[in-house]
Design a protein around this ligand. Structure first.
Ligand code: GDP
Length: 297
C-alpha cells in the first residue's frame, strides 16, 4: 500500500503527542525529530524535509499553540496543512487553448507509464467533456511503442495519427497537427519518445517538437515508485523544457511517498494528475489536501 511506512510513523508520533496532558517545547522537538526521520525514510528530498520541519516548528512553538486548547490536535492540523502546502495547496486544472485544438505533449522516461497515461487522459477528456481527442505517435525509436499506442487508442476509441518509424518526429507532429485542425479535433495528445535515461538527443527532439507544436500542456509522466529518481527526472526535463505539470503514476503501488511530497517543492511544477492503476479509468485529479489526509491516515 502507498505511504504505508510513512503513515504508520507519522501516526505513531502523533499518538505519542496526544497522550501527553501538556505539550512542552521539548515534546514538540521530539515530535519534529520523529516526523523528520519519517519523511527522510520515505525518501522525501532533504531540503523539502528541512523546510517542512522549520515551517511546522515555527507555527507550533510558542505559547499560542502549546499553551492553548488541545495542543496535540493543533499540531496535527498544522502538519496536515503544511503537507498540503508542500504538495501545492490547490488542484491545478489542465491548461486549455482558446481555439481548438488544445495541444498536450506527454514526456517521460520509458516505463514511467506515458503511453498508458496518454490513454487515460484522452478517456477522461472524452468522458468529462465529450471531447474528440486525437493522438500523434511521435515515438519512432521503438516500433512497439506505436503498436502500444494503437492498442490503447483502440480500446478507448480515439484516432491515432502516425507515419511509422521512418519519418522525423517533428515532421510527424507537423502533419498530425494539420490533420487535427482539418478534422476539428479539440485535443491533440502527442506521445513522445521515452528513453531509459535523459539524453541530449531526446531532449533536443522534445524541444523541437515543443517549438513546433506550441503545446498548452507539457506533462511529464513519472513513476512514483522511483522516489528521488522521479524528482531528479522532473528536474532534468524541467531544465530544458518548460513543463506545465507532472503526472505521478503507480500510486496504487507501495510507493514510500518521496516523489509525491518532493516534486512540487523541488521543481515548482504542479502534480496535475495521479495514476492509480492499470485500467484506463485509473487517473485522478491530484488534490494536495486529500493526499495529505491520505498520508496522515
Ligand atoms: P511508457 O513506456 O512510459 O509509455 O509506459 P507504459 O505506458 O508502457 O507503462 C508501463 C507499465 O506501467 C505498463 O505495464 C502500465 O500498465 C503500467 N502503469 C502505468 N500507469 C500505472 C499506474 O498508475 N498504476 C499501475 N499499477 N501501473 C501503471
Amino acid at each position: 500500500m502507498a505511504f504505508e511506512g510513512l503513515t504508520e510513523r507519522l501516526q505513531n508520533a502523533m499518538t505519542k503527542l496526544r497522550r501527553k496532558p501538556t505539550v512542552s517545547e521539548a515534546d514538540l522537538r521530539e515530535t519534529m525529530r520523529e516526523i523528520r526521520l519519517a519523511l527522510l525514510e520515505a525518501d522525501v528530498n532533504f531540503k523539502v524535509v528541512k523546510d517542512f520541519v522549520k515551517q511546522v516548528r515555527e507555527r507550533a512553538s510558542g505559547a499560542e499553540v502549546l499553551k492553548g486548547l488541545n495542543p496535540a490536535q493543533q499540531i496535527v492540523k498544522i502538519v496536515n496543512e503544511e503537507l498540503t502546502s508542500t504538495m501545492g495547496t490547490e488542484a491545478v486544472a489542465l491548461n486549455k487553448s482558446d481555439k481548438i485544438p488544445t495541444v498536450i505533449m506527454m514526456a517521460g522516461l520509458q516505463g514511467a507509464g506515458k503511453t498508458t497515461t496518454a490513454g487515460k487522459l484522452a478517456l477522461k477528456l472524452k468522458n468529462e467533456e465529450n471531447a474528440r481527442p486525437m493522438f500523434i505517435a511521435a515515438d519512432v525509436y521503438r516500433p512497439a511503442a506505436i503498436d502500444q499506442l494503437e492498442q490503447v487508442a483502440k480500446s478507448i476509441d480515439v484516432p491515432v495519427f502516425q507515419l511509422g518509424t521512418d519519418v522525423d518526429p517533428v515532421e510527424i507532429v507537423r502533419q498530425g497537427m494539420q490533420q487535427a485542425r482539418d478534422q476539428h479535433n479539440d485535443y491533440v495528445i502527442i506521445d513522445t519518445a521515452g528513453r531509459l535515461q535523459i539524453d541530449e538527443k531526446l531532449m533536443g527532439e522534445l524541444v523541437n517538437i515543443a517549438d513546433l507544436a506550441k503545446p498548452d500542456e507539457i506533462l511529464l509522466v513519472v513513476d512514483a515508485m522511483t522516489g528521488q529518481n522521479a524528482v531528479e527526472t522532473a528536474q532534468g526535463f524541467n531544465d530544458q523544457l518548460e513543463l506545465t505539470g507532472v503526472i505521478l503514476t503507480k500510486l496504487d503501488g507501495d510507493t514510500r511517498g518521496g516523489a509525491a511530497l518532493s516534486i512540487r517543492a523541488v521543481t515548482g511544477k504542479p502534480i496535475k494528475f495521479v495514476g492509480q492503476g492499470e485500467k484506463m479509468t485509473d487517473l485522478d485529479v491530484f488534490h494536495p489536501d486529500r493526499m495529505a489526509s491520505r498520508i496522515l491516515g
